[in-house]
Design a protein around this ligand. Sequence first.
Ligand SMILES: Nc1ncnc2c1ncn2[C@@H]1O[C@H](COP(=O)(O)OP(=O)(O)O)[C@@H](O)[C@H]1O
Ligand SMILES: [Mg+2]
Length: 347
Amino acid sequence: MTIDRSRVIEVLKGVIFFAKGDNIVDLGMLDELEISGSTIRFRLVFPKLGEPAVNIVSNAAQKALKEEFGQETNIEITPITEKEKGRGPLAGVRNIIAVASGKGGVGKSTVAANLAIALSKTGSRVGLVDADIYGPSVPIMFGVVDEGPGMTVKEGKQLIVPIEKFGIKLLSIGFFVDTDKPLIWRGPMATSALNQLLTDADWGILDFLVIDLPPGTGDIQLTLAQSYSITGAVVVTTPQKVAFADVRRAATMFKQEKLTIPLLGLIENMAYFTPADMPDKQYFIFGKGHGQAFADALEIPLLGQIPIVEQIASSGDAGSPIALDDESPVAKAFVDVAMKIRSIILK
Ligand SMILES: Nc1ncnc2c1ncn2[C@@H]1O[C@H](COP(=O)(O)OP(=O)(O)O)[C@@H](O)[C@H]1O
Ligand SMILES: [Mg+2]
């Protein structure tokens, strides 16, 4: 006998969660229903575990399904909390750090990639998600454009296996969304793709999952803020005054009460220019002290100043971010930022 999915749902509609006075389907407690052969598997989302109601409802669901589909039917019910559902397979991820910016081209991806490497250098297990639908660039910066993520099955669930490079687990929205398509088509796909990258991937245990966000304040940022527990956001800006208007807008969004993604601090990228042959020189071509002034205005710490250095761009293009180069002062600057973020989060 094949078990009909809609029939399963009908049967479960007969199971009442008395605490809320309605059936478990209409209450949205049924989650991840899977039917394979004679096995019916699903999760039931409760406000809290350890309450008598959890067993009562689970047993009632078992009984109703066996009565309908036969006593030999194998029924696997996993009760979870509402909080767990929000996090799902991200339960092994200790901290999620979003890297945001007001506009594109300020070096957000460069900072995200190098920060991920710097965090890993400080002994953390690190993952990196490229969620920038406008221009996914993590695959280029890590030299994995020609690689595709694999798939695995865990506990009956299909999971994406992140690519590993330089000890970092990587996934890019660019692997799943056709970036040659016009943005208007990419947009709605992007939110569901991001959800997949976060909840249908085998991240395992990570100390930090860094997310390279699209610039500005769009659907991706909203989804992230509303559906996940983000430890904090790092905002990247350049020293130009015109950049700050956009940064302020993005920062204000994160600060809004309903979203509450804490702002960890600001990183001033392209803070000054240092020529390759004169590593001690600092030319403040966009003016000095702007990063600190922006950070003060937002009432957040200035986490670091990254110079304009040709090697930052060339190493990114070559698939080997500068933070890997132990000799480079820029690598040291990124490790400093990583240490500051750790001390803010872990205090
Ligand atoms: N500090 C820097 N010094 C030199 N080039 C940089 C620096 N930061 C970023 N770049 C280069 O600027 C370009 C845009 O950076 P990227 O990180 O892709 O920006 P975003 O992700 O904000 O659009 C890239 O070519 C990158 O290599
Ligand atoms: Mg980018």
